[in-house]
Design a protein around this ligand. Structure first.
Ligand code: NIG
Ligand code: FE
Length: 418
């Protein structure tokens, strides 16, 4: 049995045995902080915590590894509920085109964007994709990420979409990170189907989905509901087809325009609606009283110079805001969640605690992991991180661009990136 005791913790963040759901509205300001604390782990599970003044929980000291966290904070490892972390290549050329004045949408209409990535991924072999993706997601652990959702959507043929999802399945087996898989065949209409959208939608529904189901490759179904991509009606049809195979929706909506996709997705039991750079009061009303978690992707707003989601308005309306990286080669080529908290605070006026709640318990809930991840609770997975020494937890968003994480434990084991 492996036993770890972390002692002298300056602040243990998100300590709450009752926390099995996202924090909403004013509750996002609650830090559940225990100062001068200890945390005990047995195998892959959190088994005790408390104040250093009260050692009641620890009775058996045999085989105990003791870590001194003097001056440091301990947090649940970050949860990244929206990524496209499997891709064949980066897209620096498009970045330069945008600097010269082209917009993301204009680049896409010229055949760049998602179709550019799909063209390359279709020709890459599965083993190479797997190795690159494993390395990529493991680099993120050093920045604090312990759980991650990964989408397909750079395949756009049956073969290549299955290849991506098989890579996710292999990542689930090979990595100590907790991983969820999302089918995003509806990411863009492939070139060959430009004049035959119906044909591509039929291909997804009649060929891709049954095969994905047969191999048990996806947890969720996604659709990029946006002008020039998929209409609300098309999204509805795709989500309804996914529902027949038990796939819960988790969708891209309102990145560039408000089309009514939020309400449609909520009505279909979406776990989350993601992006929301554009939003109207109808969207807020649709989310109120639902179980759907609005998820903001400030890295995408930063990188594409598009508006930031209106986090304050959502919080005022008592919604639970989650934040994810959207890690992808086109609109958000970074999965550093610490930087996202900097953007959340500096650009969306979230407080540091709201931002940290948004990347822990709330983003855990956005991928149905809140029962096991996202907080320091007895019985939850020992996925935790230890910061470098710091005056206050606000140092994480404050010192943007720095890595404030000293070490990360996944399933109770120190993660070492090779
Ligand atoms: O979430 N918006 C759609 N999909 C990604 C971008 C994909 C790409 O540009 O490759 C996003 O931003
Ligand atoms: Fe995305």
């Amino acid at each position: 049995m492996s036993k770890i005791l972390i002692k002298n913790i300056k602040g243990l963040f998100q300590v709450n045995d009752q926390l099995t759901k996202a924090k909403a509205g004013a509750a996002m300001q609650i830090d559940d902080m225990l100062e001068n604390a200890f945390l005990a782990i047995e195998n892959d599970t959190i088994v005790a915590y408390g104040s250093m003044d009260d050692w009641g929980g620890i009775t058996d000291w045999r085989d105990l590894q003791v870590i001194d966290a003097e001056g440091k904070f301990v947090l649940p490892a970050f949860c990244d509920s929206h990524t496209h972390a499997i891709f064949a290549d980066t897209r620096e050329g498009e970045f330069e085109d945008r600097i010269k004045g082209l917009s993301y949408e204009e680049i896409a209409l010229k055949g760049g964007g998602i179709l550019n990535s799909a063209g390359k991924l279709q020709h890459m072999d599965e083993d190479q994709l797997f190795e690159d993706a494993l390395n990529r997601i493991h680099s993120l652990v050093q920045y604090g990420t312990g759980a991650i959702e990964i989408k397909s959507g750079y395949g756009l043929t049956t073969e290549a979409e299955l290849k991506m999802l098989r890579v996710v399945k292999r990542l689930k087996e090979a990595s100590p990170m907790t991983i969820k898989a999302t089918f995003l065949g509806a990411h863009a209409i492939p070139k060959e189907y430009k004049e035959n959208r119906r044909g591509y939608i039929d291909l997804m529904i009649n060929e891709m989905l049954p095969k994905i189901h047969e191999e048990g490759l996806a947890d969720y179904i996604d659709c990029f509901c946006e002008r020039n991509y998929f209409t609300v009606d098309e999204m509805n049809e795709i989500l309804d087809a996914g529902a027949k195979y038990g796939l819960t929706p988790k969708v891209h909506v309102n990145q560039f325009s408000v089309m009514g996709g939020v309400k449609s997705a909520v009505d279909r039991g979406a776990r989350s609606v993601d992006h929301l750079e554009e939003m109207d009061d109808g969207d807020i009303d649709a989310l109120k009283g639902s179980e759907c978690i609005p998820t903001l992707l400030p890295g995408c707003s930063f990188f594409l110079s598009i508006p930031y989601g209106k986090a304050r308005k959502m919080i005022e309306n008592n919604l639970p805001v989650a934040i994810a990286s959207d890690y992808n080669p086109g609109s958000a080529p970074s999965g550093n969640m610490q930087f996202l908290t900097s953007l959340a605070c500096a650009k969306m006026n979230m407080t540091p605690i709201e931002a940290l709640n948004a990347i822990t318990i709330n983003s855990a809930d956005a991928m149905d992991l809140a029962e096991t991840h996202g907080s320091i609770s007895i019985g939850k997975k020992a996925n935790i991180l230890i910061t470098k020494p710091m005056n206050a937890l606000a140092r994480i968003p404050y010192s943007f661009g720095e890595n404030n994480i000293e070490s990360v434990y996944l399933n109770g084991q120190l993660f070492e990136h090779k």
